[in-house]
Ligand binder design. Structure first.
Ligand SMILES: [Zn+2]
Length: 396
């Protein structure tokens, strides 16, 4: 049985606890989600430090050493990297209804389908962009039948300016640019004229052109001359013939001039013909680094050397790129290229809460180019969790 003094102290403690609980409710912040204790790397604000990231209402509301308060959901990111949601500007996610969801598990919170379809069937890729959980847009292939095994524009009639213009006019909100694939086996001798037509279409809508370079019939300088500020060269590591570097290890003056006038250079990992370690080594050594990484993603990515965007990002560590420089190329840099990503690629307070939690594992990792050549790296990024619009994305 409680004596009177004991009874009073128990009652007082109870009252105090109740009052404290009320005070907490009123004064301490409560968030939808807190990502705790990760190494936050956000090149957009030059941050690399252990931080908590608090999210409410789908937006980043605090990035601090220790966020006080509680949250409906918590991710323990201790020992992991917390970076802005990754942006992949060259994918073929639009080909598959499930593509966007698969890439979301890789940390990708925004994607561009780079020309899977042309005017005739652009509705198919757009349907998949519309139903995508994350932001997705498409580039229209200047070849009206899209990607063809026999070559998109080997028959020049397929590079149909009027058809492309009509398709864009009908889908202005989902077409983010025009794709021109220019390799010998895609456009043959038509490469220059195909690009000229792509540019004619793009400029009438103030859109960028993305060219797929490498192994072209025309010399690269002749093609690159047609590119304007804001256009994108993908497959920048493509080996000769017609790579961006000459035999003596000098980047072509026309390529340097293109970068100076605001043309972007993108990796576009892909599967065949787009990257070979010796060409990569020469280009990196010359100091001509990519502006963006991209996977050239297809549904079979896990069975090819692509795997996922974090894996593609890890491939240049051995060529001198730091972690911060790597992450910038999959976040803030990509955000500058397409207007729909303008408020993405950052963990700045107020930004939409798209976040990738990655693991940087140390060990021995094999990386593949497109010619079955392997290099061994000592660190590799792995996707761990994705937050989209403030909510944790379902994991496989
Ligand atoms: Zn592609």
């Amino acid at each position: 049985m409680l004596n009177r003094r004991r009874f009073l102290s128990v009652a007082a403690a109870g009252a105090g606890a109740a009052m404290f609980a009320r005070t907490r409710k009123v004064f301490a912040a409560s968030y939808d989600l807190i990502i705790r204790s990760g190494r936050v790397i956000d090149p957009s604000v030059r941050l690399d430090a252990i931080r908590d990231v608090a999210i409410s209402g789908g937006r980043i509301v605090a990035v601090e050493a220790a966020v006080a308060g509680d949250a409906a959901d918590t991710i323990d990111a201790h020992g992991k990297l917390v970076v802005p949601g990754l942006l992949d500007i060259h994918t073929h996610a639009g080909r598959y209804p499930e593509g966007a969801g698969l890439m979301l598990q890789d940390g990708v919170t925004g994607w561009i389908d780079a020309g899977s379809q042309g005017a005739d069937r652009i509705g198919e890729t757009i349907a998949n962009a519309r139903s995508s959980p994350q932001q997705g847009r498409v580039l229209i292939n200047i070849g009206r039948a899209g990607i063809l095994p026999e070559g998109d524009t080997m028959d020049l009639k397929r590079a149909d300016v009027d058809a492309a213009r009509a398709a864009i006019a009908q889908n202005r909100d989902y077409v983010a640019g025009v794709k021109a694939r220019l390799s010998r086996d895609v456009a043959g001798e038509n490469d220059f004229e195909v690009l000229r037509r792509a540019q004619e279409v793009a400029t009438s809508f103030n859109l960028p052109v993305m060219i797929h370079m490498g192994q072209t019939v025309s010399p690269l300088p002749k093609l690159i001359d047609l590119l304007k500020r804001g256009d994108i060269v993908t497959h920048m590591f493509a080996p000769p013939p017609n790579s961006i570097i000459d035999d003596s290890g000098h980047v072509l003056p026309e390529v340097l001039a293109a970068r100076r006038r605001g043309v972007w250079f993108d990796v576009g990992n892909g599967q065949a013909g787009h990257m070979r370690w010796d060409t990569i080594a020469a280009i990196m050594k010359a100091g001509f680094w990519p502006d963006t990484f991209s996977t050239d993603w297809n549904k079979n990515a896990h069975e090819t050397g692509v795997i996922d965007l974090p894996n593609c990002m890890s491939k240049l560590f051995g060529y001198g790129m730091t972690l911060d420089e790597t992450i910038a190329r999959a976040t803030v840099n990509a955000a500058r290229i397409f207007p729909l990503f303008n408020d993405r690629g950052t963990l700045n307070v107020g930004a939409p809460a798209d976040v990738a939690v990655l693991e940087l594992r140390k060990g021995k990792f094999e990386f593949l180019d497109n010619y079955k050549n392997k290099i061994t790296g000592h660190q590799r990024l792995f996707p761990s969790a994705t937050v989209l619009g403030g909510k944790r994305a379902p994991h496989a």
